[in-house]
Design a protein around this ligand. Structure first.
Ligand SMILES: *[C@@H]1O[C@H](CO)[C@@H](O)[C@H](O)[C@H]1NC(C)=O
Ligand SMILES: *[C@@H]1O[C@H](CO)[C@@H](O)[C@H](O)[C@H]1NC(C)=O
Ligand SMILES: *[C@@H]1O[C@H](CO)[C@@H](O)[C@H](O)[C@H]1NC(C)=O
Ligand SMILES: *[C@@H]1O[C@H](CO)[C@@H](O)[C@H](O)[C@H]1NC(C)=O
Ligand SMILES: *[C@@H]1O[C@H](CO)[C@@H](O)[C@H](O)[C@H]1NC(C)=O
Ligand SMILES: *[C@@H]1O[C@H](CO)[C@@H](O)[C@H](O)[C@H]1NC(C)=O
Ligand SMILES: *[C@@H]1O[C@H](CO)[C@@H](O)[C@H](O)[C@H]1NC(C)=O
Length: 206
């Protein structure tokens, strides 16, 4: 009789803690934002205009918060730009930052910016022009009312520029874990998004 009671108690304890763990997991689980280069224009490379001396590069980075019930607080985003001088080497041409911002549930943020690039002349690699864009930042996720600890995020992409001076293809390029390397003329950008999660989420939930 005593043993039976104990079993029942033990069983309900397991069920309850199971549900509690499941609930905690569901509410604490976070998805990293998706970051992509959605626009990139190099006026100096536009063949239909005579602006070889224009050092401007205009770009747009899109941040997508895929979490339906968590906000994201971004620290200052550091962006660095380079141009490929051969398939394995980039030369830095400039850098800039995007000021810190907060992004609500399921929102997309389009951040336009420009840099004054130094030494951008048309350098061809396998007959094409390529740029390299890398970013680093940290984010905190807002769960109900409180923020998680900081999670470091970074990524990069190789961007092909055509004779209009525009990124090609038009589709956004994921700033993922691709390496700064042009492989047989085909930039590799399909690498998985690379994020270092903090101890808490990294160890328990991924
Ligand atoms: C390239 O230059 C031409 C001529 O100035 C202009 O009409 C066109 O809009 C430019 N291309 C882009 C992508 O801005
Ligand atoms: C460079 O090109 C951009 C975009 O076409 C334009 O807004 C800017 O005024 C140009 N700058 C110079 C110095 O020509
Ligand atoms: C780039 O690196 C590869 C090996 O990773 C090498 O075979 C190739 O010669 C290098 N190309 C240049 C232009 O340095
Ligand atoms: C960013 O650009 C500034 C000015 O051009 C330069 O002094 C600095 O070293 C650059 N930083 C990085 C990380 O490239
Ligand atoms: C491009 O610019 C770099 C640095 O300013 C220079 O070393 C190189 O010779 C230039 N290339 C051409 C083709 O003008
Ligand atoms: C961004 O750059 C600033 C100034 O160079 C630096 O203090 C900061 O630590 C950088 N942030 C990241 C996430 O690398
Ligand atoms: C360059 O790519 C853009 C799309 O990103 C396209 O609209 C444009 O027609 C292309 N220009 C050339 C000369 O291929």
């Amino acid at each position: 009789m005593a043993r039976e009671g104990c079993c029942r108690c033990c069983f309900s304890f397991i069920i309850t803690s199971g549900f509690t763990a499941l609930f905690l997991w569901l509410s604490l689980r976070v998805n990293e934002p998706k970051c992509s280069i959605d626009s990139f224009y190099v006026p100096a490379f536009n063949k239909s205009t005579n602006s070889q001396n224009n050092r401007t590069i205009v770009f747009m980075v899109k941040f997508e918060n895929g979490n339906k019930d968590k906000g994201i607080r971004y620290d200052t985003v550091n962006l660095t730009f380079g141009i490929f001088v051969d398939p394995n080497t980039t030369r830095p041409i400039g850098n800039t930052t995007i000021p810190e911002f907060y992004q609500g549930y399921g929102k997309k943020a389009k951040k336009w910016g420009s840099i004054d690039a130094h030494g951008v002349n048309r350098t061809l690699v396998n007959g094409k022009s390529y740029f390299r864009v890398d970013f680093t930042t940290s984010v905190k996720y807002k769960i109900i009312l409180w923020f998680t600890k900081r999670h470091h995020l970074w990524g990069g992409a190789n961007v092909e520029i055509n004779d209009s001076g525009e990124k090609t293809p038009r589709k956004g390029i994921r700033l993922g874990s691709s390496r700064p390397k042009i492989e047989s003329g085909v930039p590799k950008n399909r690498g998985w998004y690379c994020a270092l999660l903090g101890l808490l989420f990294g160890f328990i939930f991924t």
